[in-house]
Design a protein around this ligand. Structure first.
Ligand SMILES: [Zn+2]
Length: 411
């Protein structure tokens, strides 16, 4: 009996501490009495917690409150010490492996990268240690300050085992990614699908701030969805949710990279669009498409933006397929917003409007669904990996209630 009482009060202290710390971190500067008012905790409880945080160097005192209307002594102000912690984010991309160093608030201080080595994942793991040294040096952050590491992969990560079941574009299959990284870093590592991580970042820092239910749709080398439902990432039983790219959206025999036909990805991946552009270039010699290098989606987007009718029609057709895929998501999830990420997020307003139009045509009820471009662009995955690392290492009250994180909390 006695022991459960102890555990109970200890976890209560941890919850109180995380509430206070979250409040301090969220403000520039704040007084103890304001902390008490906002947290609903008593002033002595707040003071005890703040004293410990001061001793640990997690927060520091910075001057006094300006206006002193009460006539008593001016209150000392507290601020979060962003140098008290650091986090690493790793992104295993198709072309590059990137490492970001972030401060205690999650602000990115430095990013370094090296060309990705497709195929054997060990070849990608080997140079990581050196890359981390470079990143920390660039950021001026000592290794000992790093509290957690987050890593993202364009593939399926089993959240129960940390195994990367399949990352087709990297050529990885059944690779024990979490174990490999934890051995390498000698530290906790959170491994996530890159689209799911990007969704988390977009919700907290980007275009979906304040939106309770949205889908972050990656439109690039592949097509995938990061689903946030009721403010929480939805990953499914193992972490494989969101593979909308491999759902059949058209009754056409267009082959998909996975071996099936008519999948969303077969119409909307950059590879699929470039294939179509080559066919159109041969058919329309006066189109810009016939005079540009068709190995980079950016040039097709540029041609459409500059008014080339053939390129514009091609991308509007792609948008109509994207809308069909989104309509499935809307019917299934009753989502509020679709955030377009990946290469096609740079297409422009006409593309967004065409996707919206297609959703209205194909979903049962879509009058309240908005389509927007990602505000984080190609930083979304890296930011997401940092945020997930922070979530893991902090004892946060928000996380106590969050089934997603408590499930992957192993230590
Ligand atoms: Zn497929």
């Amino acid at each position: 009996m006695g022991s459960t009482g102890k555990v109970g009060s200890r976890s209560l202290r941890q919850v109180n501490r995380s509430v206070i710390l979250d409040l301090i971190r969220g403000e520039d500067r704040i007084s103890r009495s304001e902390l008490a008012r906002r947290s609903g905790l008593t002033k002595p409880t707040v003071s005890t917690i703040v004293d410990v945080l001061l001793q640990e160097g997690v927060v520091r005192q910075v001057g006094f409150e300006g206006s002193n209307s009460g006539g008593g002594r001016p209150a000392r102000l507290i601020e979060f010490n962003a140098d008290s912690a650091a986090y690493l984010g790793v992104e295993f991309g198709l072309h590059k492996t990137k490492i970001a160093v972030a401060d205690g608030r999650g602000g990115i201080c430095a990013v370094v990268s090296k060309p990705a080595a497709a195929g054997d994942p060990q070849r990608t793991m080997q140079p990581l240690k050196q890359l981390v040294v470079r990143a920390l040096k660039k950021a001026g952050v000592p290794r000992s300050r790093v509290q957690a590491v987050g890593a993202t992969v364009p593939g399926l990560i089993d959240q129960n085992t940390g195994i990367c079941r399949l990352a087709p574009n990297l050529g990885w299959r059944n690779f024990p990614l979490r174990d490999a990284l934890e051995t390498l870093f000698q530290q906790q590592v959170v491994v996530t699908n890159i689209t799911q991580a990007a969704a988390v970042a977009e919700g907290r820092l980007g275009a979906a701030q304040g939106v309770n239910s949205f889908v972050w749709l990656y439109l690039g080398a592949g097509v995938g969805a990061g689903i946030v439902s009721d403010g929480r990432p939805f990953e499914g039983t193992r972490g494989f949710a969101g593979e909308i790219g491999h759902c059949r959206i058209a009754d056409e025999d267009v082959p998909c990279g996975c071996g099936e036909f008519g999948h969303f990805e077969a119409f909307a991946s950059t590879m699929a669009i470039l294939d179509q552009a080559r066919i159109l270039a041969a058919r329309h010699p006066r189109s810009q498409l016939a005079h540009i290098r068709l190995d980079d989606i950016g040039s097709v987007l540029d041609a459409a933006r500059s008014g080339d009718a053939v390129a514009r029609r091609l991308l509007e057709r792609v948008a109509s397929y994207v809308g069909k895929g989104c309509a499935v998501l809307v019917n299934l999830l009753d989502t509020q917003q679709i955030v377009l990420g990946g290469d096609l997020a740079a297409a422009g307003d006409y593309f967004v409007r065409a996707v919206e139009h297609s959703i209205r045509e194909n979903a049962l009820v879509a009058d309240a669904v908005g389509v927007v471009n990602s505000a984080l662009e190609d930083r979304a995955g890296l930011l997401g990996s940092v945020l997930l690392a922070m979530d893991r290492s902090r004892q946060s009250y928000r996380l106590v209630a969050d089934a997603h994180y408590s499930r992957v909390q192993r230590r």
